[in-house]
Design a protein around this ligand. Structure first.
Ligand code: HEC
Length: 146
């Protein structure tokens, strides 16, 4: 197990020096199609977020945030982002218990989830991409490589 973790982080470090490798272009293309079909209606066509995404709605909940450089998606590791898309997500500060971000686990395949997250990475600055790559060390996508 220790050896496996070491091997994984080696791959991540290698990718850090070669952005074109960590942001696989085939995956970006299929991720974009997934995004446009399943995510753009809430998160915006260009990942700009819902209008007034920083203001709570009538239920005291936050609308869909941007995924671009203005948002905070880049602060989460691949493992956390995968979990949010797979199982859904609700900010702990929201007032109701319902999931404000729907779960896509039953709708999208694991590869579609990895692809759509990979597509979101194209909206980040090089610094954000680097930060997120480091966050993902030891916290990569589940079942990566299958
Ligand atoms: C019905 C509207 C809706 C759809 C469709 C939707 N989302 Fe969301 N999403 C939200 C809301 C609202 C939040 C904020 C949840 C919160 O903070 O409580 C969110 C949050 C997120 C977050 C967490 C962002 C962060 O920085 O905390 C990610 C990642 C995400 N969505 C990805 C996706 C992806 C990928 C898709 C398409 C497969 C998608 N969403 C489709 C409404 C939606």
């Amino acid at each position: 197990m220790g050896a496996m973790i070491a091997a994984t982080s080696q791959i991540v470090i290698a990718n850090a020096n070669d952005k074109s490798q960590s942001i696989n272009s085939g995956r970006v293309k299929s991720g974009r199609a997934v995004y446009e079909q399943y995510c753009a209606s809430c998160h915006g066509a260009n990942a700009e977020g819902a209008p007034n995404w920083q203001e709570r709605d009538a239920h005291g909940e936050l609308p869909a945030p941007p995924h671009n450089a203005e948002g905070h998606t880049w602060r989460h590791s691949d493992a956390d982002l995968y979990e949010m898309v797979n199982k859904g997500w609700r900010d702990p500060f929201n007032r109701t218990k319902q999931l404000t971000m729907p779960a896509f686990g039953g709708v999208l395949s694991p590869e579609q989830i990895r692809a759509v997250i990979t597509y979101l990475k194209t909206f980040w600055t090089p610094e954000q991409t680097q930060f997120q790559l480091e966050e993902s060390q030891g916290h990569s996508f589940p079942s990566e490589g299958q």
